[in-house]
Write a protein that binds this ligand. Structure first.
Ligand code: SF4
Ligand code: SF4
Length: 322
């Protein structure tokens, strides 16, 4: 439901934006502001599974068979015209209503003006409330999508969710062996970010070392400073408490003063569903190491500013299991 400045309310309807931010990223969003020469993968698709495209009528169209409910497209629609429906997928509201007729019936200039009006309003609201059923649904959808899209899927999905949560994010072109880092982030010229994407418990062990490797290259060859670099690891499941992973993360902080954050792909989706921004800070607020009691209570719920509506059984998507 949209509240207009004249206090009228209406359900949002797709205006058929010329640039379709729900379907395509801008070139600037997929290019790092701080790294000339990074071999950027130029894919501008917002949807990592290829579920959303422009239809013959010029409006975006979603294939719910492919949709994994990640929320990237929905959080980029300035009108809130994309709903996330559990058990189905993302749905675009296209039914006209009185409040939107003027914009949809007129030229693209007026549609742009209407959109800008919305962009002056605070973007709040939750597009999907988490539940245990949704966790199960998404886990199986992600597995299927990974099999179809192939080995670029974790990096593409992570990049797209990071952009949707307010950063520029670049992944390197497939086949490039010179740049080891998976993703380079920037949202201001002051703080930059480097991200390792590691799915699978065994791969997690290598991730902290890969982050250090990337930081060394960026600082020594590309004029980054450790002081202004945020680094983190995106994974599918949090390693369990006995894993050496949390020990290594703590050692790196103790010896080098570098806090490497850890976040799961599901937590990135949660941020998108709740329209939270991921803010790049060196001492960022998703740092966790072996001293932490509960990732969910100490890292995730403070980020969400509320308790999660999930049962309290250990779930490696949102917490560190024993
Ligand atoms: S769904 Fe939203 S962002 Fe996409 S074209 Fe329609 S109004 Fe624009
Ligand atoms: S919610 Fe995610 S997977 Fe579904 S259409 Fe939108 S971007 Fe694609």
């Amino acid at each position: 439901m949209i509240l207009f400045s004249n206090q009228k309310t209406a359900f949002a309807t797709c205006l058929g934006c010329q640039d379709a931010p729900c379907v395509f990223f801008k070139e600037s969003e997929i290019t790092p502001a701080n790294f000339d020469g990074f071999p950027v993968n130029r894919c501008i698709d917002v949807c990592a599974t290829g579920a959303i495209r422009i239809g013959d009528n010029g409006l975006p169209l979603i294939d719910n068979e492919k949709c994994i409910l990640c929320g990237a497209c929905a959080s980029r629609c300035p009108l809130g015209a994309i709903r996330l429906v559990a058990g189905r997928g993302a749905v675009i509201e296209v039914a006209p209503n009185e409040a939107f007729l003027e914009a949809t019936n007129s030229d693209s200039h007026n549609a742009e003006l209407m959109r800008n009006l919305f962009q002056t309003l605070p973007t709040e609201g939750v597009s999907l409330i988490e539940s245990d059923d949704i966790v199960n649904e998404i886990t199986s959808k992600i597995q299927k999508a990974a099999a179809v899209v192939g080995d670029q899927f974790p990096n593409l999905l992570t990049r797209n969710l990071l952009i949707s949560s307010g950063n520029n994010a670049a992944i390197s072109r497939k086949g490039n062996n010179f740049m080891r880092m998976d993703i380079v982030l920037s949202n201001t010229m002051e703080t930059s970010g480097v991200v390792e994407v590691e799915f699978g418990q065994d791969a997690n062990m290598e991730a902290p070392r890969d982050v250090l490797d990337s930081i060394a290259v960026l600082v020594s060859r590309y004029n980054w400073t450790i002081k202004n670099t945020a680094s983190f690891i995106v994974t599918d499941l949090l390693p369990n408490r006995r894993s050496e992973y949390w020990h290594i993360i703590q050692d790196i902080n103790n010896v080098f003063g570098i806090k490497i954050g850890t976040i799961t792909i599901f937590c990135l989706m949660l941020l998108n569903w709740n329209r939270k921004k991921l803010i790049l800070l060196k001492n960022h607020n998703f740092y966790a190491d072996r001293a932490i009691d509960s990732y969910r209570a100490e890292v995730l719920e403070p980020l969400m500013q509320r308790k999660l509506k999930l049962n309290n059984l250990p779930n490696p998507l949102v917490d560190i299991a024993k």
